[in-house]
Design a protein around this ligand. Sequence first.
Ligand SMILES: NC(=O)c1ccc[n+]([C@@H]2O[C@H](COP(=O)([O-])OP(=O)(O)OC[C@H]3O[C@@H](n4cnc5c(N)ncnc54)[C@H](O)[C@@H]3O)[C@@H](O)[C@H]2O)c1
Length: 425
Amino acid sequence: MATIAVIGTGYVGLTTGACFAHLGHDVICADIDEEKIARLKEGQIPIVEDGLDRVVAEALSAGKIRFVVGATNASEHAEFHYLCVPTPQGSDGRADLRFLEAAAAEIGPSLPANSVVVNKSTVPVGSTEVVAKHLDRPDVRVVSNPEFLREGTAVQDFLHPDRVVIGSSDQEAAIRVAALYSKVRAPIMVTDPVSAETIKYASNAFLATKLSFVNAIATLCEHVGADVNDVTLGMGYDTRIGKEFLKPGPGWGGSCFPKDVAALARIADDYDYDFALLREVLNVNEAQFQRTAQKVIDALGPDPSSKKVAAWGLTFKAGTDDLRESPAIEVLQRVSGSGAQVVAFDPAIPSEIPQLPLVTVESDPLVAAKNADVLVVLTEWPEFKFVDFDQLADQMRGRTVVDGRNLLDRSTLKRRNFEVIGIGR
Ligand SMILES: NC(=O)c1ccc[n+]([C@@H]2O[C@H](COP(=O)([O-])OP(=O)(O)OC[C@H]3O[C@@H](n4cnc5c(N)ncnc54)[C@H](O)[C@@H]3O)[C@@H](O)[C@H]2O)c1
């Protein structure tokens, strides 16, 4: 078993550290956020992620995981150093590598000889070289090992991945990193660093393309009178297409897809390839935010400023508290821009959020719906399906539901005289 330092204890780093500890390795997780580390030392999990609390608690009590402030305090003791720091979108669309470069420069001098630095952050092609340059340690190999976990099922995805991708120009280093996953039953693919980096961006861009495609089909369904649920079901039976990622919605978002699609489009620009398809994927998504918001505004009728909207869902998907680039925020910014009062509920968000200064947040879906003219569903939290719809009808002033996820049962709502406006049906 190996000693692994994890630099950056966020959604990816904490999952990576806890899961490697679960697999039997000795893990030291580092972050610059002192409060986060203090909470983790107490066994408190700073994010909503199914099963993560259990894996961390188990690793803490087995003495398999430690939490420290400052990357060097972790790295000076480890054989492998996983970089899991943010790579946000820069102002020009490119990935901003400042955190990655700073972390590499910080740990470089204190790395034990012949250790391996592994980049798990999502980075543009050539970043393995950039990390090596900032480490300034010719004896240390840098390997790319992109992460494909999904928030909401991160622990499951890490321990049971579809594949593990390792990009290295040094075969021995690749074999050492592959050995860390010896207890994981998944295909391990070893390639060169540039291909590994491209696999990650291409995968996210493909998934985003699938979602924009299905949202465009949903719009077409509205025009021709087809039901997108049936259309996607019929498409998904074709194994070449598959059933996954065929659900229409209010637009896609999250901390990864928007920045990764923009970064891939930028990489194409940098190499003089006009990746027009990707630009259109982004345009369709922007239009989907607007279309969803417009459905709510239209449902309010004249003088939206005298009306109230209840919004169910703020996070970018169910099962997480992550609000980064959430489609719900995109839609609600536009709805509050119409002058309507907006009151929201989300099971993972206890109070008001800075991204929506005009939106009140309640701790109960029915309280949020009180006197609302329109209800809009923006995140696919399963509990929304089990709200007491008789009480909902009593609470609301109006009878319109804009179901941005096609989540709620239409006949249940129609029996209570609700008009249901879905996506693509
Ligand atoms: N969130 C996802 O679902 C997901 C999935 C796959 C890949 N990724 C990629 O993984 C990377 C991390 O994403 P995330 O969502 O975990 O980010 P995050 O913001 O949740 O966590 C990053 C952590 O790094 C810490 N940090 C920054 N600089 C540091 C330093 N010098 N030393 C120690 N800690 C430092 C921050 O304080 C933060 O806690 C990104 O490149 C992202 O694109 C994310």
